[in-house]
Design a binder for this molecule. Structure first.
Ligand SMILES: Cc1ncc(COP(=O)(O)O)c(C=O)c1O
Length: 397
């Protein structure tokens, strides 16, 4: 079944965080005159097969407690991960959780103690830091470095080695592909990171939520598939929520090969009374994974064309603005430092003057100052309007 990404869908007034809840973060902006390109969901309908599966289930009319995990759920996850990344999962490794940020929280609670260090690699998806802090663990930063030779962010392995060797640091949260700049980490980088962690007793939580969203010429490598021994030291997280626009259904598949770690993790779910699953979330994931490949390919084509269009537009029209082409994800990391403005002035230019709601680079870590993260999983007309408003704002400088 073909999907129409060219259909414009008006989301205003649909109780969407992205379109209907500006007040908290962007005082003064409202949906009527602002373009939301922040929260990481898409402005596209889910695949028709997913909608049909949900409607069928809804029509049944009984919404009692669902089974926590079914054979068909496990099979859908195993088949999808094998088809996309050639990684053979075992059924018993799969644990269902209500989302990946909650899944990280349970890992922190189950497998680290208060005061212990959790390593992150900023600039990185900011809820990582929030859940570490909220759970009274210590955030340990090993910042990525921008390399002018590769024109991309790289891991700082010397720094990482120092951090994993500190005995109080117990967990590392990896973002692969990396949000915000859409880096699909290479096998070589992953192997180095995985070995450093394994050899120094640091567990890895590998958040692979964006792993379906890989652009032409790049590849996603699951950290856990590199070596069985390494996989015993890794928790991997997948969800259909980013690629198929199902975030509101709060369902994710957590892969834990190590029996002892999985036992502790499930015990933590019980402590937090996370027994059930979302009635519609599991069947939506199944339908997406079983039938969504064509949809995903078409989505990637549409988003990549958006990215290319914006890069070309910026080169011609947006002085001092550099768009880093992502290797993965529909999130685009844009460098505004060439405008000569301060980070505060850049934020004000884009949000207050151009009236585009975006994620501020500084939310991802201090290294993000001068950058902004845009979500390009939008209709082309939304992107064109945003770029036009950006040009008008920049032309006033
Ligand atoms: C890297 C990463 N992890 C997790 C999430 C959120 O996952 P969930 O909605 O399943 O908690 C996002 C959403 O943007 C993300 O980018």
């Amino acid at each position: 079944m073909s999907n129409d990404f060219t259909e414009y869908i008006n989301r205003i007034g649909t109780d969407s965080v992205k379109w209907d809840s500006f007040e908290e973060r962007y005082p003064g902006l409202d949906s009527k005159d602002c373009i939301p390109m922040w929260v990481a969901d898409t402005d596209f309908k889910a695949p028709q097969e997913v909608i049909d599966a949900i409607v069928d289930k809804a029509k049944f009319g009984i919404y009692g407690y669902p089974r926590a995990k079914s054979d068909s759920f496990d099979k859908a996850v195993m088949n999808w991960i094998y088809k996309r990344h050639s990684w053979k999962l075992s059924k018993e490794w799969i644990v269902v959780t209500p989302g990946i940020v909650p899944a990280i929280t349970y890992a922190i609670q189950a497998l680290t103690q208060k005061g212990e260090g959790v390593i992150i690699q900023p600039p990185v998806y900011y809820p990582f830091r929030q859940v570490i802090t909220k759970n009274k663990r210590r955030t340990v930063e090993s910042p990525l470095i921008f390399d002018d030779k590769t024109n991309n962010y790289e891991m700082d392995f010397e720094d990482l080695e120092r951090k994993v060797k500190e005995p109080n640091n117990k967990l590392l949260i990896l973002c692969n592909p990396h949000n915000p700049m859409g880096r699909a980490w290479s096998e070589e980088d992953l192997r180095k990171l995985g070995e450093l962690c394994l050899n120094n007793g640091v567990l890895v939580f590998s958040d692979e939520i964006h792993s379906d969203l890989i652009f032409k010429g790049y590849k996603h490598t699951p950290l856990g598939m590199l070596e069985e021994k390494m996989n015993q030291n890794i928790i991997t997280a997948y969800a259909a929520s980013k690629s198929f626009n199902l975030a509101g259904l709060q369902t994710s598949a957590i892969i834990i090969a190590n029996d002892e770690i999985r036992k502790k993790y499930i015990n933590q779910l019980e402590i937090n009374c996370v027994g059930g699953v979302n009635f519609f979330g599991t069947i939506a994931l199944e339908a997406a994974y079983n039938h969504g490949e064509q949809y995903l390919n078409e989505l990637l084509e549409y988003v990549e064309a958006n990215v290319d269009y914006a890069i070309d537009y910026a080169e011609k029209n947006l002085k001092g603005v550099r768009i880093l082409k992502p290797q993965a994800t529909y999130l685009v990391w844009i460098d505004f430092r060439g405008t000569g403005l301060s980070a505060d002035e850049i934020d004000a230019l884009v949000i207050e003057k151009a009236k585009i709601a975006v994620d501020l680079g500084r939310w991802f870590g201090k290294e993000g100052a001068g950058f902004l993260r845009f979500n390009f999983a939008c209709h082309r007309s939304t992107l064109e309007k945003a770029l036009g408003q950006l040009k008008s704002a920049i032309d006033t400088l």
